[in-house]
Write a protein that binds this ligand. Structure first.
Ligand SMILES: Cc1cc2nc3c(=O)[nH]c(=O)nc-3n(C[C@H](O)[C@H](O)[C@H](O)COP(=O)(O)O)c2cc1C
Length: 198
C-alpha cells in the first residue's frame, strides 16, 4: 500500500531520524511505497490562525482552507496508510506535529456532524495508522506512571480512531536516553519490523 509518513524531528543526527530510515527500509522491503512529510524541513506552520479557528468552531466545511493544509490533504488522499514518526517530548508529540493535527485534522475532512448533530468520521478509507515514538525513558517506567496509556488515548483514540481509521497502533522505542549500542540496535530492528509488517 502507499503510506504517508509524517515525520517530526529537527535533527538528522537523532535516533528518531535513524528509526525513520529503518522504518522506510522495512516498508520498501515489503513492497510498500511511501512519501515522507518532514515537518521541520517543510517549515510547516503549526499555529491555527483566527480564520481557521472560526471555520472549526462554526463547523463550516465550505470555508476556504489554507494552501498548506490542502497540500497535506492531497498527500493523505494518495495514501491507504498513515504513519507518524516522532520523539516523545513531555509526554506527547513535538509541538510542530501537534500543530499539524490542529490544522490538518479539520472539520469536513476528518469528521463532520450530520443533521442530528451526530459525529461522522470521514477517514475510514485509510486502512491503518501507526505512531512510532522514540522515548528517552524506559517503557516500564513510563508504563508504570501511566504516560504510555495517556499517549495511546490521545494519539490513537482522540486523533486517529475518531477519524474512523479502523486499525491504529502506537509503538514505543524506549530507553533512548543514554541507551547503549545493543538497545539502540534492538530499537532500530523494531522500527524496521514495523515497516516490513505494516
Ligand atoms: C524537549 C524534550 C522533551 C522530552 N520529554 C521526554 C518525555 O517526556 N519522556 C521521555 O521519555 N523522554 C523525553 N525526552 C527524550 C526524547 O524522547 C528523546 O529525544 C528520544 O528518545 C529520541 O531521541 P533523539 O532525540 O536522539 O531522536 C525529551 C526530549 C526533549 C528534547
Amino acid at each position: 500500500m502507499h503510506i504517508y509518513i509524517v515525520y517530526a524531528h529537527p535533527s538528522d543526527q537523532s535516533f528518531t531520524y535513524a528509526a525513520l530510515g529503518e522504518f522506510t527500509r522495512g516498508l520498501a522491503d515489503a513492497g510498500h511505497t511511501f512519501e515522507v512529510g518532514d515537518l521541520y524541513r517543510m517549515n510547516f506552520a503549526p499555529l491555527l490562525d483566527p480564520a481557521q479557528y472560526r471555520r472549526e468552531m462554526d463547523y463550516d466545511a465550505g470555508a476556504p482552507l489554507p494552501g498548506d493544509v490542502q497540500a497535506e490533504h492531497a498527500k493523505i488522499e494518495k495514501a491507504e496508510g498513515l504513519a507518524f514518526v516522532y520523539p516523545v517530548w513531555w509526554g506527547d508529540c513535538p509541538a510542530i506535529l501537534k500543530g499539524w493535527f490542529d490544522r490538518v485534522w479539520c472539520y469536513g475532512y476528518i469528521y463532520e456532524l450530520d443533521d442530528s448533530g451526530k459525529f461522522v468520521p470521514l477517514l475510514g478509507r485509510i486502512k491503518k495508522a501507526l505512531a512510532l515514538c522514540a522515548m528517552g525513558d524506559a517503557p516500564e517506567f513510563s508504563e508504570a506512571h501511566g504516560i504510555i496509556a495517556s499517549m495511546r488515548r490521545i494519539m490513537l483514540t482522540n486523533r486517529l480512531a475518531s477519524a474512523g481509521i479502523p486499525a491504529t497502533d502506537l509503538v514505543i522505542l524506549g530507553g533512548m536516553t543514554r541507551a547503549d549500542e545493543a538497545l539502540r540496535r534492538r530499537n532500530l530492528q523494531e522500527a524496521y519490523r514495523q515497516g516490513r509488517d505494516f
